[in-house]
Design a protein around this ligand. Structure first.
Ligand code: FDA
Length: 509
């Protein structure tokens, strides 16, 4: 009867208790399942065997969040918080102990102050909604966050958050100037009252370890009235190996207004029955074609970029372009929270500091020619520019100067059976194993927003500092220790915990 007691507690503790019953869902409620499913982005964590929350709360007022934090502790329930539900390992909505899901889907107002170039954004808003609301007020302002437009800013900004403007403006987290959070005691804190250590921790330390983030105040950035995009595809017969090899030497050194990433996939070649690797070079340039062409001609002539490959558009249209919406689609599509298709997937990440030799790239192509590799994907995102100027300890996100690009690996599948999942996951683990000699070492770094439980977990019960530092040093390098210090101060009893949450020192060594 824990959930009945929890419900009673919520009614007693909420200021707006008359409306509270409409915001709480238990499995006996007919909408429970659809509310739970709505923001599950990876169907791998939506099977009959997946543990489900005892109760879902969809707060519309901060008092509901305060009450939920309080009542969960009173009744011994773990808390999971979900904003956009994109967590790669489903940590925002799955736990194997009895838990309450606080889903911030209705906590998503956005207020843009174009005059001062700032905005307050509630945690449940998506990146698409943020971009849309900015463009509504001003076409010379933008924000450097994720390429996917359904990401929740609660999780996305707290793990760093990058998009096509990272070489110019850094990460979303680098452009946060204030925040509001509810702590374990139910207090509402802002930057001044939480202090600089906690404010530092939530800008890249990953959501969920320190409290529930209510909203962010962000600094908007300047975008020109015209930007240029292009996508140039080259397969192995069209020199892809040499081009990707060369790209590694130039992409982190381009002018910071120029972003050219590479996506590698296995595709059918023009020859029947044969497959090949396609390298897709897609780009955002913060300026017009006339400046872009000579720049590319000088630094990367091998790609053979032509004027016809380039399209000039507004920055907000480039958001749609990168999010792969059809051209001519209206901007309102940015307000849609549901991605068109949801596949089962597994993702991983790496950082590259020295260019990979051609022979090394050819080994990647070989992995892609395996059966499971047909739905594999690698995205190489160039660093350099602004990313080099920000110090490793400015935020918990430590992957700055010295990295030429980040690698994102993913594999997708439709089959429901566990055996199929195992085959695809084993493929991506083999690929990751193959990459070890070519990527960062000691520690082999990873991006916390591409959460990967393969690199280590806290284990059940109270985790030790030593065990957590295995995965923690990969995401945060030496910033992990400062995150542990902040955690020890703000949540010593480790109320906000998951398989990869920052542990307090009190949990032991
Ligand atoms: P979700 O709600 O699952 O939360 C993620 C984590 O943050 C969980 O641990 C959760 O508990 C915690 N959390 C969420 N809200 C919180 C809150 N208000 N307070 C405290 N903790 C909170 N990344 C990127 O940098 N650039 C990109 O372009 C993309 N693209 C992309 C595409 C797709 C299809 C996916 C699935 C993912 C990405 N990502 C990405 C990764 C993305 O940044 C990462 O998954 C974010 O954590 C997603 O945040 P959500 O709020 O959507 O997730």
């Amino acid at each position: 009867h824990t959930h009945e007691n929890f419900l009673q507690c919520m009614t007693l503790r909420s200021e707006n208790s008359s409306s509270i019953s409409k915001l709480i869902y238990t499995p006996s409620n007919s909408s429970y399942s659809s509310v739970l499913q709505f923001s599950i982005q990876n169907p791998r964590f939506s099977t009959p065997a997946t543990p489900k929350p005892l109760v879902i709360v969809t707060p519309s007022h901060v008092s509901h969040i305060q009450a939920a934090i309080n009542c969960s502790q009173t009744h011994g329930l773990q808390i999971r918080v979900r904003s956009g539900g994109h967590d790669y390992e489903g940590l925002s909505y799955v736990s194997d102990v009895p838990f309450v899901l606080i889903d911030l889907i209705d906590f998503r107002s956005i207020s843009v102050d174009a005059e001062n170039g700032t905005a307050w954004v509630q945690a449940g808003a998506t990146t698409g909604e943020v971009y849309y609301r900015i463009a509504e007020k001003s076409r010379s302002l933008g924000f450097p966050a994720g390429i996917c437009t359904t990401l929740g800013v609660g999780g996305h900004f707290s793990g760093g958050g990058y998009g096509a403007m990272l070489r110019k403006y850094g990460l979303a987290a680098d452009n946060i100037i204030d925040a509001q959070l509810v702590d374990v005691k139910g207090r509402i804190l802002d930057r001044a009252s939480m202090g600089e250590d906690l404010f530092w921790a939530i800008r890249g330390g990953g959501g969920a370890s320190f409290g529930i983030i209510l909203s962010w105040k962000i600094k908007l950035v300047h975008v020109p009235s015209t930007v240029t995009v292009f996508t140039v595809n080259r397969n192995l017969e069209q020199n892809a190996t040499k081009l990707v090899h060369r790209w590694q030497y130039v992409s982190a050194k381009f002018h910071e207004d120029l972003f050219v990433r590479v996506t590698l996939t296995s595709v059918n070649s023009s020859q029947e029955g044969k497959r090949t690797i396609q390298a897709s070079f897609d780009s955002l340039y913060l300026g017009g074609i006339d400046k872009l062409l000579p720049m590319m001609q000088e630094s990367f002539p091998e790609l053979g970029l032509m004027r016809e490959d380039c399209i000039e558009m507004s920055w907000i249209e480039s958001i749609l372009y990168f999010a792969a919406f059809r051209s001519g689609e209206s901007l309102e599509v940015l307000l849609n929270r549901t991605p068109p298709i949801r596949y089962h997937f597994k993702g991983k990440s790496d950082y590259v500091q020295e260019p990979i030799p051609e022979l090394g790239l050819e080994g990647i192509w070989q992995r892609f020619s395996e059966k499971e590799g047909e739905t594999g994907l690698i995205v190489m995102t160039p660093y350099g520019g602004r990313m080099n100027e920000i110090s490793e300890s400015a935020t918990p996100f430590p992957h700055r100067a010295g990295n030429i690009y980040k690698v994102y690996y993913a594999v997708f599948w439709e089959e429901e059976e566990t055996a199929a999942s195992e085959r695809y996951i084993s493929w991506i683990r083999r690929l990751y194993g193959y990459m070890a000699p070519y990527v960062s070492k000691s520690p082999r770094a990873a991006y916390v927003n591409y959460r990967d439980l393969d690199i280590g977990t806290n284990g059940k019960g109270n985790t030790s500092y030593r065990r957590a530092s295995i995965w923690g040093s990969k995401y945060f390098k030496t910033n992990f220790d400062r995150l542990v210090q902040v955690k020890t101060l703000v949540d010593p009893a480790n109320i906000f915990q998951n398989e990869q949450s920052i542990p307090p020192f009190s949990s032991g060594w």
